[in-house]
Design a protein around this ligand. Structure first.
Ligand code: CTP
Length: 396
């Protein structure tokens, strides 16, 4: 898969550094060569010896190592590889990247490189959520830096939340995405994602628990395979992926308009949790409590975006819907596939106990004209990769 590719792997100083040993092993197995760079803090977590042994390569550590400069200057080193991967990307390393510092070998390479850079952040959840870190990440995204994870889960520090470094398989998938074959290049794919917000009055709205994680993961997976992705998203909790054509909307009506505006496309995937109803009356002023008692709100049905595009004159070659169900998941989803006129339905059980809506894992059933497949519980990113692989096959 990565035969002949060269990856500079910058290992930062975090507990997740141990996972990099597995990343190195997997890269070597995939045919890539690895140029390992350790920060000073990284050596507290993994030894240069183990990194050298697994990568079968010289480990670079110090900016002012004259021997290095004689053999290969740091500018040359920064351009040696096809891709630079930073894992774990600690809060400190991210901050130094965002501000363009060059105080050690790792940050100097990152500042001097002209090659694509992927980072796999890993840190305590509070550090991840801190406005300073989020500001730095926004800057790095704007600078075109690719991101892998982080995932949510238990942390070495005993807390729970976002901040766990992505698993080695996810890191390898992203590297393949960045460097590997691009079977979807030349295709254009629409992805809808996230919830919609339907206003009640100027200050209130109706929403749902969709985080946008599954749609975002799908858009990123399709982009990595070379597709031009038109990403129409409601107000999601997860950030939109870089490298897609982004349309931010709030209501179902706006999502329909943006989706129709994206046509023609080769495939369309409707991962959004669209509100079925909107408030009929247009309350232009805030509804006040008072003598008239509790408000009576009348609803009317929203347009069905999936059904509209499934029956459109410019119908894409492949139309995929999602089905969020809380009972009789497969039967309801199969009926939905027929009713809406799409090719495939990805069905999932969104009952509160499953933790799927708003969570990081998904258990889906893929329902097609040929029948049904039950997939195991997987991270949403993995569901996205599998689905993207199927889309590649279908669009061949
Ligand atoms: N969908 C859509 N437009 C809508 C409602 C849903 O495009 N107005 C799409 C969703 O993006 C998803 C699929 O239709 O791909 C099914 O959504 P779901 O909420 O599961 O179904 P509903 O249409 O709401 O049907 P039901 O009320 O029977 O659950």
């Amino acid at each position: 898969m990565l035969q002949g590719k060269r990856i500079t792997l910058i290992i930062g100083g975090g507990i997740a550094a141990y996972k990099c040993l597995e990343v190195i092993r997997m890269l070597r197995r995939a045919g890539a060569s690895v140029i390992p760079v350790l920060t000073k803090a990284a050596t507290e977590f993994v030894t240069p010896m183990s990194v050298a042994a697994l990568s079968e390569a010289r480990v670079f550590q110090h900016l002012f190592d004259l021997k290095d400069e004689a053999e290969m200057g740091h500018i040359q080193l920064s351009r040696e590889a096809d891709l630079i991967v930073v894992a774990p990307a600690t809060a400190d390393l991210i901050a130094r990247m965002a501000t363009g510092q060059a105080g050690d070998l790792a940050s100097t390479l990152l500042l001097a490189t002209d090659k694509p850079v992927l980072i796999a952040p890993a840190m305590n959840v509070r550090m991840w959520e801190h406005p300073a870190t989020q500001r730095n990440l926004t800057q790095l995204r704007a600078d075109g830096i690719g991101m892998i994870g982080p995932n949510a889960g238990d942390m070495a520090c005993g807390e729970f939340g976002l901040g766990r470094m992505a698993e080695p398989t996810e890191i390898i998938d992203s590297i393949i995405g960045a460097l590997g074959p691009r079977p979807l290049s030349g295709t254009r794919i629409l992805v809808t994602s996230g919830p919609t917000h339907e206003p009640i009055d100027p200050v209130r709205y109706i929403a749902n628990r969709s985080s946008g994680a599954q749609g975002t993961a799908l858009a990123a997976a399709l982009r990595d395979l070379g597709a031009e992705v038109v990403f129409v998203t409601g107000p999601a909790q997860v950030p939109a992926p870089p490298g897609v054509t982004l349309h931010r909307i709030e209501t179902a009506a706006q999502m329909l308009e943006a989706s129709l505006g994206a046509l023609p496309v080769d495939a369309a995937i409707f991962a959004a949790a669209v509100a079925d109803w909107r408030v009929q009356e247009n309350f232009t002023q805030k509804i006040k409590k008072g003598a008239q008692g509790t408000p009576k709100i009348e609803f009317c049905e929203n347009p069905d975006i999936l059904a509209t595009i499934s029956h459109h004159a410019l119908r894409p070659r492949l139309v995929i819907g999602f089905a969020a169900e809380t009972e009789n998941v497969v039967a309801q989803a199969a009926a939905k596939r027929a009713r809406k006129g799409c090719d495939w339905i990805v069905a999932n059980d969104v009952s509160p106990g499953t933790g799927i809506m708003g969570g990081s894992r998904n258990t889906v059933h893929l329902i097609t004209a040929e029948g049904r497949e039950d997939w195991p519980s997987l991270p949403k990113t993995e569901v996205a990769h599998r689905l993207a692989a199927r889309i590649v096959e279908a669009l061949k």
